[in-house]
Design a protein around this ligand. Structure first.
Ligand code: NAD
Ligand code: UFG
Length: 337
């Protein structure tokens, strides 16, 4: 089965492609490299022995999408392509609405033209806004606290409306919690541009000596140790979640929504501790004020995915830290090496 993977050279996309190859799927990657490097392909080939087809281009280019879908006999699309920096989305909201929302609409139009009716979309736990309780299940109310989150929510809403008018489609919305970790080979991982916004890449850059000190955003949350609590999920588990969705619901008509999380929360201090253990390095940190827009705690109720997809996250925080460290220490400059 040939599957178009938009954003396939990105962090989650590249790990998912590897697992698709392992499972006998043929991923066809499409990426504009706005946040990834072409050398990711070499790494995928090194690990899997296969070099997938890569189309360099933009999801806003409908002609290219249609041509690619026809040329490669695509029967389903996994749609990772998107911009994901919350801070940048606040300063450049139109960029986010254009890329994430218009880009998805363009993709769906191209799929319609090519009669492809299976779509898996990368959504985010950010669509739960500031949840009133945890764990969060798929029935919780949705809202957005920034333009990035709003772009994800808008896409979800557009796809819901689209599905109502096109009930012969299979549309799956996967709401990821906090993806971290790297491929166990140490050859693929997360390679953020500039100063990392997210906790794990920042911690690992402190451990490898690229940054001096981690700012812990808030030590006064109503959580057991006062720092923010999140549901960190290993990117390999997340990748498997896409295969499970493709296998289980990729062929059943409907709009399918799943949380992909572990169901367990870890605090910032617990993540530092796990990382220090994995790397045998001290991670210097200091407590600073809360980061505006952050919630105290956020973790998933992952039972729906377990019941319906037969999928659950298997890897613990310790493994996430070990694999992140292996990637970071083998590739201190990411894919630039
Ligand atoms: P990433 O930036 O590593 O990957 C996204 C890929 O899409 C990049 O390779 C980028 O070059 C590409 N891309 C962006 N705009 C494009 C366009 N217009 N045309 C073609 N390619 C384009 O990010 P990721 O962490 O792998 O995230 C993948 C998806 O999952 C994104 O949609 C993101 O919003 C979503 N998500 C990520 C997280 C997270 O914390 N990593 C959490 C929830 C949801
Ligand atoms: N944190 C720090 N210092 C840092 C970075 C983060 O203390 O330098 C803390 C945050 O305050 C938070 C926790 O670490 O308590 C996790 O922060 P991240 O930025 O790694 O992740 P978020 O939960 O804030 O957001 C992530 C993605 C969003 C996505 C959301 C839900 O960045 O895009 O998960 O899926 F929407």
């Amino acid at each position: 089965m040939n599957v178009l993977v938009t954003g396939g050279t990105g962090y989650i996309g590249s790990h998912t492609c590897l697992q698709m190859l392992e499972m006998g799927y043929t991923p066809v990657l499409l990426d504009n490299f706005s946040n990834s490097k072409a050398s990711v392909l070499d790494r995928i080939e090194e690990v899997s022995g296969t070099r997938p087809v890569l189309i360099t281009g933009d999801i806003l280019d409908k002609n290219l999408l249609v041509e690619t879908m026809k040329r490669y006999g695509i029967s389903a699309v996994i749609h990772f392509a998107g911009l994901k920096s919350v801070g940048e989305s606040v300063s450049e909201p139109l960029k986010y609405y254009s890329n994430n929302v218009s880009g998805t609409l363009c993709l769906v139009e191209a799929m319609s033209e090519c009669n492809i009716k299976t779509l898996i979309f990368s959504s985010s736990a950010t669509v739960y806004g500031d949840p009133s309780t945890v764990p969060i299940n798929e029935g919780f109310p949705t809202s957005a606290t920034n333009p990035y989150g709003r772009s994800k929510l808008m896409v979800e809403e557009c796809l819901n409306d689209f599905y109502k008018a096109n009930p012969d489609w299979s549309i799956t919305l996967l709401r990821y919690f906090n993806p971290v970790g790297a491929h166990p080979s140490g050859k693929l991982g997360e390679d953020p541009n500039g100063i990392p916004n997210n906790l794990m890449p920042f911690i690992s850059q402190v451990a490898v000596g690229k940054r001096e000190c981690l700012n812990v955003f808030g030590g006064d949350y109503p959580t057991p140790d006062g720092t923010g609590v999140r549901d960190y999920i290993h990117v390999m588990d997340l990748a498997r979640g896409h295969i499970a969705a493709l296998n289980k619901v990729g062929h059943s008509k409907g709009i399918h929504i799943y949380n992909l999380g572990t169901g367990r929360g870890s605090s910032v201090l617990e993540m530092i501790e796990a990382f220090e253990k994995a790397s045998n390095k001290k991670v210097a940190y200091k407590m600073v004020d809360r980061r505006p827009g952050d919630v105290a705690e956020c973790w998933a109720d992952p039972q729906k995915a377990q019941k319906e997809l037969g999928w659950y996250a298997q890897l613990e925080v310790e493994q996430m830290a070990i694999d992140t460290w292996r990637w970071q220490s083998n590739n201190p400059n990411g894919y630039h090496d």
